[in-house]
Design a binder for this molecule. Sequence first.
Ligand SMILES: *[C@@H]1O[C@H](CO)[C@@H](O)[C@H](O)[C@H]1NC(C)=O
Ligand SMILES: *[C@@H]1O[C@H](CO)[C@@H](O)[C@H](O)[C@H]1NC(C)=O
Ligand SMILES: *[C@@H]1O[C@H](CO)[C@@H](O)[C@H](O)[C@H]1NC(C)=O
Length: 302
Amino acid sequence: MKIFLLFSLIAVSFGYELNKTYAGDTFLDGFYFFHQKDPNHGTVQYVDAEIARILGLTTVVNGKVKISVDSTNAYPDDGRPSVRIHSHDRYNDGLFIFDIDHMPVGPGTWPAFWFCGDSWPANGEIDVLEGIYGKTENNQALHTTDNCTMPLDASIFKGHWTKGPQGKITNDCYVNAPGQGGSGCSITSENGLFGIPFNAAGGGVFAFEWIRESSMKIWIFKRGNPNPDNWGKPEAYYTIGPLCPANHFNDHEIIINCNLCGDWAGGAYPGGWDACNEIVRNNPAAFNETYWLINSLKYYSL
Ligand SMILES: *[C@@H]1O[C@H](CO)[C@@H](O)[C@H](O)[C@H]1NC(C)=O
Ligand SMILES: *[C@@H]1O[C@H](CO)[C@@H](O)[C@H](O)[C@H]1NC(C)=O
Ligand SMILES: *[C@@H]1O[C@H](CO)[C@@H](O)[C@H](O)[C@H]1NC(C)=O
């Protein structure tokens, strides 16, 4: 709570005002449920609001929003039920504070808190929180059409440029940039800010500041060691300007989901995609920690 007040004070000192709070019993009112086939080939069934409620995947516990993957049933012939929600409101800038006690972990998991426009990649994608099973670093990324590159200077942020398949630094946000394996412009955070160590610290805060014509910055504070008086360098800093004009990112919905296996988490799973499918389909108990526990998501506007 104290941390949170300080965040608010700092936000105000930069001229931001609290515009919208997603929290508690009304959290889900701000979102719709995506329940189509997973575009990333996951072993997952994204369910609608009613099925999510019946399966107990969306609950409010002591005022905190809990969004889970089914950890009760086996699905030998299908994907495991999970939730993917998109905000009704669309955003083009602002300061977003995602305060969570827990993010989904477990075999084959691929959780994300991200922003995306229509007609991908024409209106862009911004991945604020993303990673897979076993990772302890957060993977920030932008995905765009051609002509959106980042200055190589990595001294302006705490993370580091993710290396592509041939060791190439991935500073080109274009989804088909050569030598990047579809990574977009991808920044790996410091260690400990994703997955099990993040949860063990009691969670924390992902702060995303989107200043339309100049920058996108992502800070991550674990609950145990926030230093809100001095936000310092962000984990990720993307420069918007002549080399990557602002019009690559338009009318974004906020998306929260937990995929299972699929293009990233399936291929990277120990034993491969088949082993991933096997545990996801047949071992519900392995997913008892596969849930978000969300204190709030706050949007500040200028
Ligand atoms: C809240 O944000 C919306 C969308 O960014 C903006 O149009 C509106 O003016 C803001 N409201 C206030 C009270 O700042
Ligand atoms: C990117 O820039 C090149 C060179 O200016 C141009 O030919 C191309 O049409 C641009 N691509 C897009 C998607 O705007
Ligand atoms: C999940 O199961 C593991 C192994 O049985 C157990 O150690 C852990 O406490 C369980 N977590 C929850 C949230 O029930």
